[in-house]
Design a protein around this ligand. Structure first.
Ligand SMILES: [Zn+2]
Length: 358
């Protein structure tokens, strides 16, 4: 019982923060704050129950506190939780660290608000190192990915396809369809199919090819089809052919930037070994763990500095606040999935401020 209650209302779900602190920390809307207040009351009750469980014998607890607490849970939790169904996000990358770079900030934001995020790497990363390879490297990278997910409170799965050899086969497409269905995704994020790396490119193709098939019942019969196509998003990139990335949704990640860097820091084999080696700067990586984290925060692909072409989309949602935003993640809504209305965008991106200038 104690374990179940902790799992449902643990502080990592973000319900334990005092409402005033939460408003300041997240800049939440009025409706979000209302829901949070109810959850905060429930969490306070749960804490009382857990304390009581420790303090009293099981019999005295059942007689005295349990009925009151259960009544509180039943009558106050149900309407709020029903109205505030968690948003379910699944992000795909070719390698263990790709999703983190593109969407680690928003993943941290979703997790803090109690929503559900899963990162999936389509390859096991067994080619990305200058001195390690094969199973040894795959094992190390899987452990790094799982640690990265743990640091921000999300799930992380690494599939066992070989790094550097990913192809848009029917078998991998079905893996992608299965992942999206099993996660019951509202949002799916993937790279665009224009990229310098073939694994990235084919990850884009594979997810694009799954974007209608997730609702077709006769395919992948072991995973029930979704009843509605999710919203499919692309991560931002710098490629211009055949067309440049279009920033539809830009999210400030200033408030979770340290969390994101802490997540990236878990991929030691990549950010402190392989990528500096490929760029000829391995000798510049500091040995001290705190110093190397600061060094990582300045790496352009980690820093996600606000790009000039994202400013318009940012200002649309953040208004005057946009002028002071430093770090951001941007996404393009693909043509192939569900096309969300503005109302749906507000529900699917609950950390965006109420629209400033529409
Ligand atoms: Zn990659």
């Amino acid at each position: 019982m104690t374990r179940v209650l902790r799992r449902l209302f643990s502080p990592t779900r973000g319900y334990s923060a005092e409402p005033r602190e939460r408003i300041e920390r997240t800049g939440a809307s009025f409706s979000q704050v209302s829901v949070h207040c109810v959850r905060y009351m429930i969490w306070a009750e749960v804490q009382l129950m857990l304390k009581s469980l420790k303090r009293f014998s099981a019999i005295s607890f059942l007689c005295a506190e349990w009925p009151v607490c259960m009544a509180t849970l039943l009558f106050s939790a149900s309407p709020a939780l029903a109205q505030n169904k968690p948003v379910r996000v699944i992000a795909f990358g070719a390698h263990p660290d790709d999703c983190d770079l593109g969407a680690g900030g928003i993943a941290a934001k979703y997790a803090m608000l109690g929503h559900k995020v899963k990162f999936v790497s389509l390859t096991n990363g067994d080619a990305g190192h200058q001195s390690q390879h094969g199973e040894e490297l795959a094992k190390r990278r899987r452990a790094e990915a799982q640690e990265a997910g743990r640091r921000i409170g999300i799930e992380y799965e690494v599939l066992d396809n070989h790094d550097g050899k990913l192809l848009p086969t029917l078998e991998v497409r079905e893996q992608v369809i299965r992942e999206i269905r099993q996660w019951k995704a509202d949002i799916v994020i993937a790279p665009r199919p224009n990229d310098y790396h073939p694994d990235h490119r084919y990850t884009g193709v594979l997810v694009q090819d799954a974007s209608y098939m997730v609702i077709v019942p006769n395919l992948v019969p072991d995973a029930p089809p979704l009843t509605r196509n999710p919203v499919f998003l692309y991560y931002s990139d710098r490629f211009t052919r055949p067309q440049p990335f279009r920033a539809d949704i830009v999210v400030s990640i200033d408030d979770v930037f340290e969390k994101k860097i802490n997540m990236l820091d878990a991929h030691v084999s990549q950010f402190y070994e392989w990528l500096p080696w490929t760029e000829g700067v391995l000798d510049q990586v500091p040995n001290d763990p705190a110093e190397r984290k600061k060094w990582l925060a300045k790496w352009p692909s980690a820093a996600r500095k606000l790009q000039p072409e994202w400013r318009e989309a940012l200002e649309k949602r953040y208004g005057a606040q946009a002028a002071s935003i430093q770090h951001a993640e941007a996404f393009e809504i693909t043509e192939y999935g569900h096309q969300p209305s503005e109302e749906e965008i507000r529900r699917l991106f609950p950390f965006l401020p109420q629209m400033a200038s529409r």
